[in-house]
Every structure is written in C-alpha cells, then in structure tokens.
Design a protein. Structure first.
Length: 160
C-alpha cells in the first residue's frame, strides 16, 4: 500500500509521483533551454555572409609603394580589400591627398578602434625604429603587417 503525503503547498501525491514530476519538470526546462540554444545556433549558421570577407587596410607613409598599393586596392570588389586611409607625418598631395588621416603615431589608435586588418608600411628605410615599433604593435594586436619593400627586418627574413 502506497502512502499518500501532503506537500507543503497542499498538493497530494505519493513520494514517487512527486519525484517523477520534479524530474520531468527539470527535464522539460532543460529541453526547452537546449532547444532555444539549438535554434540560436542554427540562426547563426544560416545567416548568410559574403563569400569573401573584405579586409580593411591602411597605409603608413607616402612613397611610390603607397601609391601602387592604393591603385591595387581601388578595385575593392574583385580583390577583397577596402582602403581606409593613409597616415603620414606631413600632409600629402596627389591622388592620396583626400585619404590623408593624420600622423603616423595616430594609426595605432585608429587601427584598434576601426578593426583594421592590414597595415601596409611605406615609410622610408631611414625610419627603421618607427617601422619596428609599428611591426611590434601589429603583432600585439593581431593585425597583419606588410612592408612592400621587405627591408632587412626580422619579419622579412621568413620570406627570403
């Protein structure tokens, strides 16, 4: 014979029924939560993203190499690059003048705030200390550093 127990909230039922009901309630709550997580995951997977992601880049320094990089990136739909601006210690003239963003030191905060993917360095070789500083900044912030002239710095030795 099963003993009927009155719950503190006044509900009647056997201990086994209450345990089973509690387990069932917990299972349903967990299932609902799992279903919501699965739906959220599916929504993320099914959200279509472009087949090629566009990489934002800036150029530091003004030289013929900077102009060449700029021309290469102008056709951004084909190549997957978006030119965001140029940083140089003095204002410039020519095709890149309207893209002048500020001095070289300003590129660091701009790159972090705007999630820049690539920094092209077109500084003259006489500024090795600045180039090395910029390279180390990129390394610390997981930004690709490119030096089109590939000077004798430790990042270029891998390519040689």
């Amino acid at each position: 014979m099963e003993r009927i127990i009155t719950n503190p909230d006044g509900a009647r039922g056997s201990r086994n029924q209450r345990d089973t009901a509690g387990e069932l309630s917990t299972l349903l709550r967990n299932s609902r939560s799992s279903l919501q997580q699965m739906q959220s995951g599916l929504n993320k997977v099914l959200t279509f993203e472009p087949l090629t992601s566009v990489k934002d880049l800036v150029i530091v320094g003004h030289s013929p190499a900077a102009e060449e990089i700029f021309r290469y990136c102008e056709d951004q739909t084909v190549r997957g690059y978006r030119f965001m601006g140029l940083f140089n210690d003095s204002p410039i003239s020519g095709a890149l003048a309207k893209h002048y963003m500020g001095e070289v030191e300003a590129v660091k905060s701009y790159a972090v705030q705007n999630r820049i993917d690539i920094i092209y360095c077109a500084l003259p070789g006489t500024r090795k200390e600045d180039i090395t500083d910029l390279m180390e900044f990129c390394e610390r912030n997981t930004i690709r550093f490119r030096d089109p002239e590939c000077r004798e710095l430790h990042s270029c030795r891998e390519d040689q």
